[in-house]
Design a protein around this ligand. Structure first.
Ligand SMILES: *[C@@H]1O[C@H](CO)[C@@H](O)[C@H](O)[C@H]1NC(C)=O
Ligand SMILES: *[C@@H]1O[C@H](CO)[C@@H](O)[C@H](O)[C@H]1NC(C)=O
Ligand SMILES: *[C@@H]1O[C@H](CO)[C@@H](O)[C@H](O)[C@H]1NC(C)=O
Ligand SMILES: *[C@@H]1O[C@H](CO)[C@@H](O)[C@H](O)[C@H]1NC(C)=O
Length: 660
């Protein structure tokens, strides 16, 4: 109800509305087809999207005359509603275009364009669509909102309306020294083009801004001294968080919401704060694949799929089902026999060339129940060439496969051990897994790796027992991540936040497990409490010393699986490219060299021992209760680079173990 009261205030941008609702904390298990691949209605939305994406680089709505006809359909309120129901982001795109065309036509009488303007603002900011979904979907909503001509009209006084808006002393906060100074630099920086954040960091990190942020958090009815300027600062700070720390991003995105809900379209599009041009900075360089290969029901429905339905499902499901039928192996825990598969996923040429050796290593150790999920054609071809392999082809490359894969497998009634590609197995994992599961009073249903130097989890290895609780937990986690897209790293942070801090403890033996959870947002959706614990992070399931918090301790012969931690593995997900050499793959998986077989084997063994030794940190892992958040970002520089436009270099006090 309170939201309805807020709506009519939309044009009175300065009236605070105290009844704003917090972001819903229930997560919908529906994986919305935001890109509208499957939607035909007013338009064939998929076709329309594919075409507009090709024109995505146009500078103003004028260049988009191709789409005038489609945009004009949104003139009609009924059509607008239908469009939004069918394809919300497509409707936002068309409404932006329609508004651009309308504003271009009228010089002064912007009231003519008010209806579609309000529809646009309502669709974007008052409908519970997370900002990142709008900004990372492949619909190019940012292009038509860049209405440069509005600024030209204002600055040349061609339109009294835009001129007075852009020269309003109160909107421009002329009597506030700080904001007036920031506005001046903001205008200069916009004129200079990219790397806005770098040019404005003096303002964004000013003590004054930190004070205001604290006030905002502490006081419930707080009003910023300069509303539009404050929105601009929050947008830019959200964009810094987007590239560094999810928790920061989610905090800013949440704080921004009430402001955006009340923002007037004219202030958004044509004020001298350039808000519609700043907004796309938030999720720069990131595209989310709103498509997960498996169908909605294959992941989210709690049904026991019959063989027939598995064989009629999505291509990914059909192949997974075949792989399970031919490769799942029984294992016995406390007298109960169940089915187990290992699963890993891979794409990209730098990794794929090691795929045959990776699969062969599992086979060599007796684990023939490995299923490889292949994110590109080459990976799939390479996989199929290995004798006895099980390969599934995936069309999409997304970090969310970390959870779609175990879900699809669990839904078929199989337990899944999901393991990263940048690992090397030293021992028969199944044997170890059984020992682990039996060393607790009650059998855990979820086991996950841990971090050496702090009390965090590490999901390079995770065992999912197909129980109702684990399936429901994983579904909610996946749905949340789908609803709140974020670049690399967040899949693990979210898992940590969902799991909490109470792992099961072993009945006998070692130090108690201490785990600290990550905090992403204030409220997470409810999930079942799992019976979960850690895979021993000191030596058995350890990681190479690539981060301040990783490494291992003890004896090499006790290592079961070694995670050599290849940074940049999710390069396709992120703006940051970790330019590291690919050495470890060569050391572990290259069985050939320019010598005899025996000499090569000896050389390989020696190199492995040396490599392991470099990451060894004493005889045993010291107990730790250090939590896993990255510390405050102390330096943020933006450097121009080649074809991507620019790259972010971020220096933090302490690298987080999640910056994989
Ligand atoms: C510019 O526009 C303003 C209204 O914002 C008007 O009062 C003023 O006379 C105009 N100035 C010129 C030089 O046209
Ligand atoms: C691996 O361990 C499992 C469980 O103990 C056992 O059934 C299997 O035979 C082992 N494989 C090899 C090759 O040792
Ligand atoms: C393994 O090493 C040899 C010799 O250094 C090299 O020629 C070969 O390309 C490497 N194999 C792979 C898969 O990169
Ligand atoms: C962490 O451990 C230290 C030393 O045992 C203890 O003093 C401290 O209170 C603990 N901190 C937390 C947050 O549990």
């Amino acid at each position: 109800m309170s939201r309805v009261n807020c709506l009519w205030l939309a044009f009175l941008a300065f009236l605070p509305c105290v009844h704003l609702q917090p972001l819903a904390n229930e997560v919908s298990l529906e994986l919305v087809d935001w890109e509208c691949r499957q939607v035909v209605g007013l338009f064939n939305w998929n076709k329309l999207r594919e075409i507009v994406v090709e024109y995505a680089d146009f500078e103003s709505p004028l260049a988009m005359t191709e789409f005038t006809e489609a945009a004009l359909v949104l003139q009609d309120p009924e059509a607008r509603r239908t469009a939004f129901q069918e394809c919300p982001i497509g409707a936002i795109f068309l409404a932006s275009l329609n508004l651009g065309i309308c504003l271009h036509r009228v010089m002064e009488e912007v009231t003519e364009c008010e209806d579609v303007a309000d529809f646009l603002m309502a669709s974007m900011f008052r409908r519970e669509i997370p900002l990142a979904v709008i900004l990372t979907s492949s619909w190019p909503v940012r292009s038509p909102q860049k209405m440069v001509f509005l600024y030209e009209r204002g600055s040349h006084n061609l339109s009294t309306f835009w001129h007075s808006l852009q020269h309003s002393p109160s909107l421009n906060c002329e009597d506030d020294e700080f904001f007036a100074g920031f506005l001046k630099d903001l205008n200069w920086a916009i004129g200079q083009g990219e790397s806005l954040v770098g040019k404005l960091s003096k303002w964004l990190f000013a003590p004054k801004v930190q004070e205001l942020e604290m006030d905002q958090l502490r006081q419930s009815n707080w009003e910023p001294p300069c509303r539009l300027g404050w929105i601009a600062i929050m947008i830019l700070k959200a964009s810094i968080g987007w590239h560094t720390e999810p928790r920061t991003f989610f905090t800013y995105a949440e704080s921004l919401r009430p402001y955006l809900m009340l923002l007037s379209p004219w202030h958004f599009l044509g004020s001298s704060w350039f808000l519609s041009m700043l907004l796309p900075h938030v999720c720069q360089f990131h595209r989310t694949a709103f498509h997960l290969d498996f169908d909605q029901t294959e992941l989210m429905a709690e049904t026991h799929p019959s063989l027939a339905s598995m064989l009629l499902g999505s291509p990914a499901m059909r192949q997974s089902a075949q792989a399970v039928l031919s490769h799942a192996r029984p294992y016995v825990v406390r007298g109960e026999q169940r089915l187990l598969v290992y699963a890993s996923y891979v794409w990209g040429e730098d990794y794929v060339r090691w795929l045959p050796a990776y699969v062969s290593r599992f086979h060599e150790l007796g684990m023939h129940n490995l299923i490889m999920f292949c994110g590109d054609e080459t990976a799939y071809e390479m996989c199929r060439r290995v004798e006895g392999s099980a390969c599934v082809f995936l069309e999409t490359k997304t970090g969310l496969h970390r959870y779609t894969i175990p879900l699809a497998l669990m839904n078929m009634g199989v337990d899944a051990f999901v393991i990263d590609f940048d690992i090397y197995a030293f021992k028969n994992l199944t044997e170890k897994l059984i020992v682990e599961l039996e060393s607790y009073q009650e059998t855990p249903e979820f086991l996950v790796g841990g971090s050496f130097g702090d009390a965090c989890i590490c999901n390079a290895f995770a065992y999912y027992r197909s129980t109702l609780a684990v399936r429901d937990f994983t579904r909610t986690l996946l749905a949340w991540l789908y609803q709140y897209p974020f670049p690399h790293g967040v899949t693990q942070k979210a898992l940590s936040a969902f799991l909490g801090e109470e792992p099961m403890q072993k009945t006998t033996g070692s130090e108690p497990w201490v785990v600290k959870e990550e905090i992403l947002v204030k409220q997470l959706p409810p999930v079942p409490r799992l019976k979960w614990s850690l895979l021993e992070p000191g030596v058995e399931f350890s990681s190479s010393r690539k981060l301040a918090t990783s490494g291992w301790a003890g004896r090499q012969e006790d290592i079961v699986v070694y995670h050599f931690f290849h940074g940049g593995w999710l390069a396709s997900e992120s703006a940051v490219d970790a330019n590291e050499p690919w050495d470890e793959f060569d050391i572990f998986y290259n069985l050939t060299c320019e010598d005899t077989v025996e000499a090569c084997a000896a050389r390989r063994e020696a190199r492995i021992r040396r490599l392991l030794e470099k990451s060894r940190l004493g005889d045993r892992r010291p107990p730790t209760n250090i939590s896993c958040e990255t510390l405050e970002v102390i330096d943020f520089t933006v450097t121009p680079s080649d074809e991507k436009g620019m790259d972010f270099t971020v220096t933090a006090n302490s690298p987080s173990s999640e910056n994989l």
